[in-house]
Every structure is written in C-alpha cells, then in structure tokens.
Design a protein around this ligand. Structure first.
Ligand code: ATP
Ligand code: MG
Length: 650
C-alpha cells in the first residue's frame, strides 16, 4: 500500500443496535468514562490500578523517559497470584466457584476460590521444591484443564515467568520456544481429549527436551487421560505426586510492578514467532479493567465463558488473569465444539447458565455453516453479552451471532487487540455504544488509537490507512524477549513515536474504526488498495457462503488479481453458475474493481491454532509457489487438498 495509502472505502454497513435499556441502566461503565480518561489519562489508569491489591501502592503511574520502553506503576509491589486468588478468599468469597471445568468426555468439576488457593499454593511449593526461583522461566504445554491455570498462577506466585505453548504445536515448535526462553521446567500432561479421543502431549515434550544442550531439568506431568507415557527417572515427575505432598500454605511474596509475568509467542500468522514479554502491575490493571468494563462483568451473578485456548493471549488475559483478578465465575471447556455433537457449546451455555460468552469469528462462521437449527435446540436465554476476538468479524457473522445466539437481544462487542497489547484496546462498551456490525468502533477509555497514512498523518473521518497506538498503555508489551532491536524495528520504526500494529483500518464518518485485516494482506488491484476483509465480508454476505479467504496474486495486467477461496454452506452445490453469481455479488456489493478474478470452493481453509486464516499460504498457492512455513497450521493436510483443487494458473 505504498503510493496510495487510502484503502478503498467500500463497506456500506448501515445496521445499528442500541444497547438494551436495562443493561445500560445498570452498566459498569457509562459514557462519562471516556471524558474522564481524556481529561487525565494517567490519572484514569492510576485509579484503575486501585482495583488491585498492592503490597506497596505505586506513586508513579508511568515512566516514559526512555520510550518505547515503558515502566508502569514502577515503585508499586504486588503479587499477581494473590490478586487473582487469595484476596477473594480473604474478602469472604472463598465459596464462590472460580472454574466450572467441563471435560470433553463429559466429566466435570467445579473449583471454588478457596480450593484454587490451596491448589495454587501447593503447586507453588512444588515448583520451589524443583528448584524454580524468581526470575526463572517455566514452559507450560497443556490441554485445557484447570491445572493449566493453576500452573500459570503458581509461576506468577513465585515470580517465575511462564511461557505457555499451544498444546497443538509440534515438538519442534515447543523446542524452539523452550530454547528461546531457557526454560528450566516444563509442565505438561499425558494428554488431553480432542475430538472424542485422547491426544498425547508427553511424546512431544520428550522429543523437545531430548535435544542437545537443553536447559530443561524437570518435566512435570499432569495425569489427564491415563494413557501410557514414556518416563525418564530423575527428570520426570507426576504432578499429583509432587503437589499432593506439599502444604496448602504458601506466603505470596510481593514483586516489583515491572517484574516479568510471562512470555508468549505470537500465534505465527505472519512469520517467525516473537516472544512477547508482559510484566505484572500494568498488565493486571488493564486486563482487570477491560474484563470488567467490556463485558460489564458482575462477579456475584455472571457466569462467564471464554472459549479460547489458554495457549494464546486471549486465554492468558481473559481466562486466567482478567476474570480471576475480578473474582469471576467462569466455565472452562477442554474440547472441540463438535464433540460429541455440534450443539456442545450451546449445551454448555444451557447447563451453566452462561451469561457472557467470548469467542472468535472462526467459530461463529463454523456455527453458521452447521445451521441455525442447532443452537435453536438449547435454552440460551441466560446470555446477556457476547464478545468476538481474533479476526475482523464479517457483518453477516456478527448479525448471525446476535440473532441466533443472543436472541436478538444481546450486545455484541467486537474487541480488537493483540498478543502485544496484552489487553483489549478497541471495542464497543455494551451499555454505552450504539453497535455497528463489523466495527470495533472506539478505543477504550484511557487508550489512544488512530489511523494514519504513509506519512504518519492522521487520516480524516472517512479515510483509511494504518492502525496505530499513539500513547503507551499499561498492558503493553515491554519488549521482544532477548531482542530489543526487533521490538524497536517491528513496532516503533515505521511511524516515529507511534506503535504500528500491522493492521489496516479505516475511520467512518463518525470516526469509528473498522479493521481491514493485516497490512501484509492488503491487495493492490489496478492501483486500488482493496482490503481482504471487505471482499471476504461481501462473499460471506451471500447466503451460499459460510467462510471466505481472499488473497492478491501477482497478475500481469492488474498488478494483483483477487483470488477467493470459499467454503460453501451445507446445502449449496459447487457449480459454474454459483461461482459466476458470487463474482457478481461481490461486484454489486463493493464495485466491479473488487470482483475476484477466480473463486475456488474448498472444503477447509488453512488456519493457525488460534483459528486465524493464514492468507500467506493461500497466496503461495495462488501464485504457484512452494509453500512457506506451515508449522503453526492446525492441519497441514488442508493445504494438500487446496492444491489439488487448484487448476493450473491461467
Ligand atoms: P503473528 O503476529 O505472529 O502474525 P497474530 O497477529 O495472528 O500472529 P495475535 O496477537 O493472536 O497473533 O493476533 C492479533 C491480530 O489478530 C491483530 O493484529 C489483528 O490482525 C487480528 N485481530 C484480533 N482481534 C481482531 C478484531 N476484533 N478485529 C480485527 N482483527 C482482529
Ligand atoms: Mg500479530
């Protein structure tokens, strides 16, 4: 998008949804918060920091004397695990359920805050026994079970940084991450349940830690599935044997606000993963505030469920740290949405009376594909707020979500943020914002975001360009682990003094922000910048299309030509007529320039483990190139199927 910074202004979404009156009347946040934060941004965050319990209250809010290396609440001291667990017990809420765990095979258990405190304390003592100390790193390679959260909190409690690696990643991916962070201990499980059967984890760990020069001294293994595991005496220890003998008492030490809390490698949609470093006080302040404000959380009555995997940032901030810091009751589900049947999510919502649901566009589009009749069989009347994260949500998916899951009543909050931002940055507020399907709308109170052109000049309303963050925020990444230079180059060198998010965006006439996909994915067709998101949303608005991925492939006449890969809805048949109809539909919706040159119906799209479409691989296919790195794909056979479908390029 070099010469012509303005993205084509194509979306014409005009549907609007006011907040429900009843919710607005009792909302945690009112419109005043924006004014208050605008008048005194640092004062606003200093006030939010008081949500936490500090051993030493901070007196300084932000030290920005060496930008972009921020220090928030620098002279404050706190223990993150104490904030997420102990203080709720001390406040008399020990009997409140922290986690309703639902295993894929149907086993379930509910853990109260008092029980969680004992478990986390035992695990903290266990890590100490293994020699883990403040400042060390611990790798966590786990299924979605309560022990994962317990392990993370135990690390936080003793001041060791955790590095959670998706349970679906390969031994190589795990080994690279262990090595990059010099982890001393790996916490894993024999396996977890996926799609109706046990799926092993331990073999990948055995492989990863058997490499030359490994820093790993111990592997702690949770018994989840009971499957056979290979065992290395002296190195491997069972979690239950190690933790059961520990006292349930552990005094949490307070650490500096800037003490490292975790390293998390980005999901790898675009290339070599980056070890994003997050620290304690600022991070916890922002995730607690945003979880409370964006979801309008009432900890005494709500049942919250975030369907993300703990292995990506949404799981860190909105399963572990945000909800637990707020004393919420939440559901944690181990498995896949179609095991044993395609109504599993809705059965869980019904069973636990879930009131706040946070999921991803990829899941929503899958549910659309499966059909409206599936959620219709369940009682979803407990739901009052719905959230979306991970990719731009197509307006049609947004509408479907609100209508078929939210009973046409609930607000939908489309939350934009990244591993690097640590917490939600741009989102509607459910009791305040008149919602626009497909738009994340406004930066939250205390957050400064805008859209700039190539020259770093803010675009006027109606203009498009690059999303940037113009002021530091409490849960911002502090660096890329071990690579300050890459931190500077990746985020801070493109636009002087501004954080470059890597996403294209536009502002509408009201100044609301619409995310248009990654800058790397923007297509340049006959001199026009066209966003992948807009063409995909146009395709998804056709009744025959469930999901679409669009890429620009090199083209002699137009520079790039649009190639679309589509997944058809259940009953739609793949015919030449339909393909022609879809091309015309995009033309009619967005204008002739946006008509895809080729449309290929496919069975699946390549996705990362966090459910994002990996367009760079589709671009490789569309341009007849050898495929780039496929290690972070959920299922690499998807690419073989797509390549088979592809007729020789014209
Ligand atoms: P990598 O940085 O390794 O390529 P990644 O960017 O997919 O991986 P994440 O940090 O999990 O890793 O994802 C953040 C990105 O997801 C954002 O930059 C944006 O592209 C996209 N995203 C997340 N939420 C939204 C949203 N609500 N609307 C639009 N895009 C979103
Ligand atoms: Mg990214």
């Amino acid at each position: 998008m070099s010469e012509n910074p303005s993205l084509s202004n194509l979306l014409k979404e005009e549907r609007r949804f006011a907040p429900p009156a009843e919710l607005a009347a009792q909302a945690n946040v009112t419109a005043e918060a924006y004014e208050q934060a605008k008048a005194d941004r640092l004062g606003f965050w200093a006030e939010q920091a008081r949500r936490l319990t500090w051993a030493t209250e901070p007196t300084e809010t932000l030290d920005w004397s060496n930008p972009p290396f921020a220090k928030w609440f620098q002279d404050g001291r706190l223990n993150v695990a104490y904030n997420c667990v102990d203080r709720h017990v001390e406040a008399g809420n020990g009997d409140r359920v922290a986690i309703h765990f639902e295993g894929e095979p149907g086993d379930s258990r509910s853990i109260t805050y008092a029980e969680l405190k004992d478990e986390v304390s035992r695990a903290a003592n266990a890590l100490l026994e293994l020699g883990v100390r403040k400042g060390d790193r611990v790798a966590v390679y786990m299924p979605m079970i309560p022990e994962t959260a317990i392990a993370m909190l135990a690390c936080a409690r003793i001041g060791a940084a955790h590095s959670v690696v998706f349970g679906g990643f390969s031994a190589d991916a795990l080994a690279t991450r262990i090595e990059d962070a010099d982890a001393r201990v790996v916490i894993t499980a024999d396996g977890g349940y996926r799609r109706g059967k046990p799926s092993a984890l331990k073999p990948a760990v055995d492989d990863a830690v058997s490499r030359e020069g490994t820093t790993v001294e111990h592997v702690v293994v949770v018994r989840r599935t009971g499957q056979e595991v290979a065992w290395t005496e002296g190195r491997d220890v069972w979690w239950h044997e190690l933790t059961q003998k520990q006292p349930a008492e552990h005094t949490a030490e307070a650490f500096e606000a800037e003490h490292p809390l975790f390293i998390l490698y980005t999901s790898g949609t675009t290339g070599r993963p980056k070890g994003i470093l997050h620290t304690s006080g600022g991070y916890l302040t922002q995730v607690a505030y945003t979880h409370w404000s964006v979801f309008d959380l009432k900890p005494e009555t709500d049942v919250y469920w975030c369907t993300a995997d703990v292995g990506w940032v949404t799981g860190h901030s909105y399963i572990v740290y945000g909800p637990l810091a707020n004393g919420a009751t939440q559901v944690m589900y181990e498995g896949t949405p179609d095991t044993p049947h395609q109504g599993r999510f809705w059965e869980i919502v019904q069973k636990y009376k879930v009131s706040i649901l946070y999921t991803a566009p990829t899941a929503i589009r899958t549910f659309m594909k499966w059909g409206d009749d599936i959620p219709a069989k369940f009682d979803l009347s407990s739901l009052r707020v719905l959230g979306s994260v991970g990719e731009p949500i197509n307006p049609e998916a947004w509408i479907w979500y609100r209508k078929h899951i939210g009973g046409d009543r609930t607000p939908v909050v489309d939350t934009w943020w990244q591993t690097e931002t640590g917490g939600i940055m741009i989102s509607p507020l459910p009791g305040v914002t008149e919602a626009k399907p497909g738009s994340a709308q406004r930066p939250l109170p205390g957050i400064a975001a805008t859209v700039v052109d190539d020259e770093a000049t803010e675009v006027p309303d109606g203009g498009g360009g690059y999303l940037v963050l113009t002021e530091p925020w409490p849960s911002m990444l502090r660096t890329i682990w071990g690579d300050d230079q890459r931190f500077l180059d990746t985020y801070w060198s493109r636009f002087e003094g501004k954080y470059f998010a890597g996403d294209g965006a536009k502002k509408d006439d009201d100044g609301d922000i619409w995310l248009l996909g990654r800058v790397d994915d923007v297509m340049l067709v006959s001199g026009h910048n066209i966003s992948t998101t807009e063409v995909e949303s146009a395709l998804v608005s056709h009744p025959s299309v469930a999901e679409a991925a669009v890429v620009g492939a090199a083209d002699e006449t137009t520079g790039q030509a649009i190639v679309a890969f589509v997944i058809l809805r259940g009953t739609a048949a793949e015919t030449a007529d339909l393909v022609g109809e879809l091309r015309n539909h995009v033309g009619a919706t967005l204008g002739p320039i946006a008509k895809p040159k080729r449309i290929l119906p496919v069975a699946e799209l390549p996705k990362t483990r966090s459910g994002k479409i990996m367009r760079r691989l589709l671009r490789d296919v569309a341009e007849n190139r050898q495929l780039g790195d496929v290690t972070t794909l959920t299922d690499s056979t998807v690419m073989d199927l797509i390549q088979e479908k592809l007729p020789a390029a014209p």
